[in-house]
Design a protein around this ligand. Structure first.
Ligand SMILES: Nc1ncnc2c1ncn2[C@@H]1O[C@H](COP(=O)(O)OP(=O)(O)O)[C@@H](O)[C@H]1O
Ligand SMILES: [Mg+2]
Length: 299
């Protein structure tokens, strides 16, 4: 069922002759050039999207997406504004259910089971698949309460050890250990975003979805979040939407490039143009549209 393009280990090519080299300055990638990713046979597919279409009313926003997300990897979704990155991300924890008029077609499985089956509880699903948004959105409560609220709702025992563990996990403990009962709004933007990540992991999810989590942050906080993502990958599966290609190249294992397809009749919709190991997407993309995007000719 899976497209072999998506599953083969990355083979590093130099761009073929006649094809311009990407102009983007590439940061150091977290994949060793000669190591590649482990072969897919040993990998666990967490989500498998097959033929996914998303409509908002009559508008087909996202067309026919096939994509597999692998466990303990960071998958980046990139592409120009309006190509459906957020729409696709929201498919992965059924957040589109909450948007009036949004309709998801095709199939998405989570550990092999249809996530959209009538007997699946979307609330339970959203505990297992947490989400972090663009703008840090802590509750207007203390740091401690930001974490304990979801834990209590989910029947997780709240104690000081657990609070410390979660904050350490989110690389925030040292900065907040003396002010756990202070208002979360007193934290800096970057700290608030790490608190939101802590809040997401406090309820023991398997997956963390992040929609442009750094776009409201300064460069130092952005790097702190990227460091944190690399640590979290050991335990969680992360899917991140980013408009920052350097960020996708720096942190992700695989990159999905979405774009907008313009039809003759004037209709436009988002499609997945290319999905591959990040190294491959940035160094030797298969699709000319990816090449144009990453070299800055488009978008
Ligand atoms: N709630 C909504 N209602 C109607 N159209 C929407 C809604 N959300 C997004 N869209 C449309 O769907 C397309 C994809 O949007 P989105 O997923 O937000 O793109 P991206 O995150 O890549 O910028 C865009 O044309 C956008 O205008
Ligand atoms: Mg978006």
């Amino acid at each position: 069922m899976a497209d072999s393009r998506l599953t083969s280990p990355p083979i590093l090519h130099r761009p073929t002759e006649g094809r311009p080299e990407p102009r983007m300055e590439l940061p150091e990638l977290n994949i060793q050039a000669d190591a590649g990713l482990p072969p897919t046979a040993d990998e666990v597919v967490v989500f498998q999207a097959t033929g996914v279409n998303v409509h908002y009313g009559k508008f087909l926003a996202l067309k026919d997406v096939d994509l597999a997300i692998h466990r303990n990897e960071i998958t980046a979704l990139i592409g120009p504004s309006g190509c459906g990155k957020s729409t696709f991300l929201r498919c992965l924890n059924r957040m589109n259910d909450l948007i009036p008029g949004a309709e998801v077609g095709g199939t998405i499985t989570f550990h092999g089971e249809d996530m959209y089956a009538p007997d699946v509880d979307p609330v339970d699903l959203r505990r297992r698949i947490g989400m972090v948004f663009q703008k840090p959105n802590p509750f207007p409560k203390s740091i401690r309460e930001n974490l304990s609220f979801g834990m209590k709702v989910n029947g997780i025992r709240v104690d000081d050890d657990r609070i410390e563990q979660v904050l350490r996990h989110a690389a925030l403990w040292d900065e907040v250990k003396d002010k756990l009962d202070q208002d979360a709004y007193a934290l800096s933007g970057g700290q608030q975003q790490r608190l939101c990540i802590a809040r997401a992991i406090a309820v023991n999810p398997e997956v963390i979805l992040m929609d442009e989590p750094c776009s409201a942050l300064d460069p130092i906080s952005t790097l702190a979040i990227e460091d944190l993502m690399r640590t979290l990958r050991e335990e969680y599966t992360i899917v991140i939407v980013t408009h920052n290609m350097q960020q996708a190249a720096r942190v992700s294992d695989r990159t999905a490039f979405f774009t907008v397809q313009q039809l003759d009749g004037g209709d436009r919709h988002g499609i997945l143009a290319e999905y591959n190991a990040t190294e491959r997407v940035f160094r030797a993309p298969e699709d000319p549209r990816t090449q144009d995007y990453i070299t800055g000719r488009f978008g």
